[in-house]
Design a protein around this ligand. Structure first.
Ligand code: HEC
Ligand code: HEC
Length: 303
């Protein structure tokens, strides 16, 4: 091998090495800038409810019936991951983009997509769990079977057999025998959802219901059925729930539902952005929040 060849090989190796570490430094610097941005956005848009320290004790929290999440526990309701797992980043991003319908947590569409990612990642700094644990793989959501009508009948049987009725009531009206005794992990009373009324917290699509039934809502008495029920059983339950969810929840000011009205008073910018279809036009959020937003806008316009 010629000396020249060896020398040029070494040179190339050197360049790759320097370049590589440069990239890493750039990545670290970028992550730090993103966290700074996330923090700034958090203090401006979220701390009023979730608290400066992320403990759910913001100045507005006392007045809200559905309490803002305490992010220090790392326990998240709305996940694609199995019960007990941390959420994936995209789960947090989805909630920030869509909001939680019927609660004061409005879709945060006054923020750009980049800003929503930054604040979603910033939330993780409140809980040390994110330093030591990794979120598990999302629960798989197979395609919904096409035979909806048969599934409704089967789903109705399943609903009683699986014990959904104990909390959600014999007809899904949220009036089961244990409905009045339920508490969330913080000891606050929590009502089982009236499944006959729209909209749902977890989103408007059949996949959203399938995900909730599969993963459960951590921090609440709503269990995960990923182990206990087959995919077929879970899809039948979704079909049954869709068949009974025929009425709209009572609408308040501007067609807002439940505590969304309080959310608007506290969070006018998010409310306005929601009405305008978000910063930039509808659809900038990667398509995730569009269905929820379109639903909410229809409610606001009085359909
Ligand atoms: C007006 C009060 C309010 C503001 C402002 C607010 N939230 Fe919330 N947020 C809530 C409430 C209430 C809940 C609980 C909903 C529930 O448990 O059903 C919640 C829930 C959440 C969740 C769901 C966590 C889970 O369990 O899966 C996330 C994520 C979240 N908020 C992020 C944010 C971020 C980020 C901001 C700011 C950009 C923000 N919130 C601003 C009231 C608020
Ligand atoms: C031990 C009581 C309990 C049992 C049993 C139970 N649930 Fe729930 N479920 C709850 C509570 C409480 C909530 C509300 C959580 C919240 O509002 O944050 C809930 C929420 C839900 C939601 C979310 C609705 C939304 O707004 O997104 C769905 C869907 C649901 N349950 C379906 C079922 C089905 C199907 C079964 C049976 C396979 C079942 N639940 C069994 C207590 C229960």
């Amino acid at each position: 091998m010629s000396k020249l060849f060896l020398a040029s090989l070494l040179l190339i190796f050197g360049i790759v090495l320097v370049h590589g570490s440069g990239c890493k430094q750039a990545r670290v610097a970028r992550a730090e800038t993103d966290l700074k941005l996330g923090e700034q956005i958090y203090l401006e848009n979220c701390a009023a409810c979730h608290g400066q320290k992320g403990d759910g004790k913001g100045p507005e929290a006392d007045r809200l019936k559905t309490k803002p999440r305490d992010f220090t526990t790392g326990i998240y309701k709305f996940r694609s991951t199995p019960s007990g797992s941390l959420p994936q980043d995209k789960d947090i991003f989805r909630t920030v983009s869509r909001g939680v319908r019927t609660t004061s947590m409005l879709a945060q569409l006054q923020l750009s997509e980049n800003e929503r990612w930054a604040v979603a990642k910033y939330l993780k700094t409140f809980s040390h769990r994110f330093n030591t644990e990794k979120p598990l793989k999302p629960v798989s959501i197979p395609a919904q079977p096409a035979t909806i009508r048969e599934q409704v009948t089967f789903g109705k049987t399943m609903y009683a057999e699986a014990g959904c009725n104990q909390c959600h009531g014999p007809e899904g009206k949220g009036d089961g025998t244990s409905a009045n005794e339920l508490k969330d992990d913080s000891g606050n009373p929590i009502a089982p959802t009236n499944l006959t009324l729209k909209p749902f917290k977890s989103g408007p699509d059949p996949e959203d219901l399938y995900r909730t039934i599969s993963t459960g809502l951590n921090g609440t008495p709503m269990p995960s059925y990923a182990e206990a029920l087959s995919a077929k059983d879970r899809w039948a339950l979704v079909a049954y729930i869709m068949s009974i969810a025929t009425r709209d929840r009572p609408k308040g000011m501007m067609g807002l539902v439940g505590e969304e009205v309080q959310g608007m008073r506290i969070d006018m910018r998010a409310a306005m952005a929601g009405m305008m279809g978000g910063r930039g036009m509808m659809g900038r959020g990667g398509g995730m929040m569009d269905r929820n937003m379109r639903d909410m806008m229809k409610d606001m316009m009085g359909r």
